[in-house]
Design a protein around this ligand. Sequence first.
Ligand code: AMP
Ligand code: TRP
Length: 328
Amino acid sequence: MTRVLSCIQPTGDVHLGNYLGALRNWVAGQHEKDAFHGIVDLHALTITEAPDIVGQSSLQLAAMLFAVGLDPAVTTVFVQSHVPEHSQLGWIMECQVSFGELSRMTQFKDKSAKREHDFLSAGLFSYPALMAADILLYDTDEVPVGEDQRQHLEITRDIAIRFNHRFGETFVIPTAVMPKAGARVMDLQDPTSKMSKSAAADTGLISMLEDPAAIMKKFKRAVTDSDTEVRFDRAEKPGISNLLEILAACTGETPQALATKYTQYGSLKVDTGEAVVETLRPIQARYHELMTDRGQLQSLLRIGADKARSVASATLARAQRSIGMLPA
Ligand code: AMP
Ligand code: TRP
């Protein structure tokens, strides 16, 4: 069975765009491939500012992943730091990648430029080596990545090929795959930009945990246009098209078919808000249930970490053997 790995950093709230655009597909696809999902807390440490946040964020993200429907009996959900092999192989990877290669990473260049006067950790620079370890540890065949992570996947392949050449066949060479396209959810106040946790204001963003009244208010205030025609046309009518796409994602109909049912913006806004409330209701209930039983949540994560470790420890041992390190 094809092994697929995706990882998310436990930073910030999960929002409706993440769910309709990505998480829902993870759930739908979990029986087709051998899926591993890492909550990569070590990566979050490269820029974490305050103490006591990363653990709670990891727990909340885990609860959300289970709440949306990832089944711990089928899918391996784990916290990266619970699998110490990531740090161990991470160091080995740092020694396989050159300073020059890491210097060419556009994400590092962007992030370090933005933090010019701030503390710049060495971790932010060597991050792609840890990401290579994340991927190679699981003999991963496929990594679904967006544009922003393509370069990190390229460097992972380069490192793996170089290692295999130098020390003999050790790692599976992973392939970048396009994530299955889900809905594209735009900001409700600025429908030409993607809904994003880094948006300036949160009036255009629906968090997965938002209460029904707040959701309805945000949809009623969604930016549309001064025209009155309901039509699916992203270029000319971005606000209306965004509502239609969200409603379609929640109901299983097509945006084009839904457009023919409406003559007024008001009722489209209300129906879309209600559809989102109903879509999120069971997820929120399950999330809160999981968060009240921290013990159960931790035990689900322990199962994930055990499964992850059983694969990761064998790969690490193989890499150490290939290099010829002295066994303990
Ligand atoms: P991010 O939080 O930006 O790292 O995104 C995590 C996942 O959610 C990625 O697979 C993104 O493609 C997806 N995603 C983020 N924002 C949106 C959005 N507004 N619409 C659809 N998918 C999104
Ligand atoms: N670098 C990724 C991001 O910022 C997160 C990540 C870490 C990742 N390790 C990974 C993604 C391994 C895929 C595979 O979004």
